[in-house]
Design a protein around this ligand. Structure first.
Ligand code: ADP
Length: 163
């Protein structure tokens, strides 16, 4: 079976991530979307909240599974027998960072992990979790960037933070 991993912070998931998930799910028999438990990055959403959002978003995609992990992505690959990683590319700025990660992963893995890059759909190329959070923090409209349940979760977060 042809399986792949789409790892990321997904803090929170945007339509850009979802587009990559939809397209990758058509390329592989099984796609595992795994949330990185990166508490040192001080994420806005907990791992459980991010997993919940992704699970809701992929409810109708039968070959997509959502999981979470901490530690090295290559170790997650090895433990789950995954040899292919999917990552999204929005612009040249992503490329340098992603190239470095992909090559590092190749170097440090004794298991064989390749990274496949999917180029973002033009309509989502401006989209990032950090700008979505910034807009939502100031009460701006993020309805074009995230599903309604993510928008509601963002409003709830910032309401609680401001209290
Ligand atoms: P990271 O995993 O680097 O902390 P993210 O969770 O935001 O960052 O992103 C996970 C992956 O999804 C990365 O490969 C990133 O380039 C990609 N990605 C993020 N936003 C978009 C978008 N709007 N279109 C396509 N790919 C995206």
């Amino acid at each position: 079976m042809n399986r792949a991993l789409y790892p990321g912070s997904f803090d929170p998931m945007t339509y850009g991530h979802l587009d990559i998930i939809k397209r990758a799910s058509k390329m592989f028999d099984e796609l595992i979307v795994a949330v990185l438990d990166n508490s040192q990055k001080s994420p806005l959403f907990s791992v459980d909240e991010r997993v919940k959002i992704l699970t809701e978003a992929t409810r109708e995609m039968d070959n997509v599974k959502v999981d979470s992990f901490s530690g090295l992505t290559v170790d997650y690959c090895k433990n789950n027998n995954l040899h292919i990683m999917v990552r999204g590319l929005r612009a040249v700025t992503d490329f340098e960072y992603e190239l470095q990660i992909a090559q590092t992963n190749m170097k440090i893995s004794d298991f064989g992990v390749d990274t496949v890059f999917l180029v973002t759909d033009l309509q989502y190329s401006y989209l990032s979790s950090s700008t979505v959070k910034e807009i939502a923090m100031y009460g701006g409209d993020v309805s074009h960037s995230v599903p309604d349940y993510v928008e509601a979760a963002l409003k709830e977060k910032f309401r609680n933070i401001k209290r």
